[in-house]
Design a protein around this ligand. Structure first.
Ligand SMILES: [Zn+2]
Length: 387
């Protein structure tokens, strides 16, 4: 079917400027033309017209840090042990929620192994070709040093040889990327040296796959960056030297600030000591301040920042990308830069040239909102429709 989305604004997050009086012609789920209303080609005469007056077309978002088989909420950690069928059902709900909220891509960065294989890989394969679900690139299982995470939810290694073997196993299972867990049992020591991380990165690179690293502490992040991972997840504590090194190497940062913003809401909506108790609130406030400062520092240094909710592996829900974008703005990104983090930069991180962009000849992965998200991220909560 041919559809003409007529008289919309377009928010491509490559600058602060909103384009007005624009039309987009879609045929067979591809963008075949886009431009000013007045230039609409003859070919559009037979198209079904969608009067998009007053709405803004936004490229489908890339949730660069997601856990598609997990539900989020204040009990997110408990849910990792739920039965396999329940988690598969959760994935379906997440896929639908995110699709309807404007997310076109999931970068899944860890799921529990079930029946010998990370569960998100199964979901990725099941969604192949579905137009009502985001595209999925999935990391397989978390790979961590023995003794850090409960052994039922991750794949563990005792030494660098086992680390490389764990990477090979995830690749054999079909992982699109590799996720290392670089928080260790001792907060001030990285679980693996940069040299050990580098062995894992090289093993993956031989098969054309990148490695990313969970690191909420400085030493783990440093090991990851110096070891050659392509991205630091969370990066809650960075310093100027490390940010400069990330710029030099082109290492991405996916901050997931929304997790802490959501924990702050749990102080009011739960009675859990961790969130509502005085000590819990003070610890959270300190962590929050450090994480927002790290993002500000990274942004000023010029680190490439992509947006991810951490839904499921953290407490956000699958349809809350807007929340993360609002947090990135609070941390110092211009609203259009924050939308860029959620679209074009996420696509670069995935190495998917069409992701997060509107291009003639590219897929019609866009959604329509009310308001100008290049100026006001809350517009992204006001989704009208998905193309
Ligand atoms: Zn996560």
């Amino acid at each position: 079917m041919t559809k003409l989305y007529r008289n919309a604004a377009i928010a491509e997050a490559i600058g602060p400027e909103l384009l007005l009086d624009q039309s987009v012609l879609v045929d067979d789920r591809k963008i075949v033309w886009m431009g000013p209303d007045d230039d609409t080609p003859e070919a559009a005469a037979k198209a079904v017209v969608v009067d998009a007056g007053g709405a803004t077309i936004v490229p489908g978002m890339v949730d660069a840090h997601s856990h598609i088989v997990l539900p989020g909420g204040s009990h997110w950690i408990d849910r990792i042990d739920d039965p396999t069928d329940d988690l598969l059902q959760v994935a379906e709900e997440n896929g639908e929620l995110a699709h309807r909220a404007g997310t076109a891509w999931f970068r899944d960065v860890g799921s529990p192994p079930r029946d010998g294989k990370a569960l998100a890989l199964r979901v990725r394969d099941a969604w192949e070709g579905r137009t009502d679900r985001p595209y999925v690139r999935a990391a397989g299982a978390w790979i961590s040093k023995v003794g850090v995470l409960p052994s039922t939810i991750d794949v563990e290694a005792r030494d660098a040889d086992e680390l490389v073997a764990a990477v090979e196993q995830q690749l054999d299972d079909g992982a699109d990327l590799i996720k290392l867990y670089l928080d260790g049992p001792d907060p001030d020591t990285a679980p693996w040296t940069a040299g050990e991380v580098e062995r894992a990165v090289q093993a993956a690179a031989k098969r054309g796959v990148t490695v990313t690293a969970h690191a909420t502490r400085l030493e783990g992040a440093r090991s990851g960056v110096l070891g050659g991972v392509d991205c630091i997840e969370h990066g809650s504590v960075l310093d100027a030297d490390l940010a400069a090194e990330m710029v030099k190497r082109g290492t991405f940062l996916v901050p997931t600030l929304g997790v802490m913003a959501s924990w702050e809401t749990f102080a009011a909506t739960t009675t859990m000591e961790r969130f509502a108790g005085a000590a819990g609130k003070a610890a959270l406030a300190a962590r929050n301040t450090a994480a927002f400062e790290s993002v500000g520092l990274a942004r000023r240094a010029g680190v490439r920042i992509a947006a991810g909710t951490d839904f499921g592996g953290g407490s956000l829900r699958a349809n809350q990308m807007a929340w993360e974008i609002e947090c990135l703005v609070s941390a110092g990104l211009e609203p259009w830069e924050a939308l860029g983090a959620a679209t074009v930069t996420g696509g670069e991180l995935l190495r998917e040239p069409g992701a997060g962009k509107l291009q003639i000849g590219g897929p019609a992965d866009f959604f329509l909102v009310h308001g100008n998200p290049l100026d006001d991220p809350s517009a992204l909560w006001r989704v009208w429709k998905i193309a």
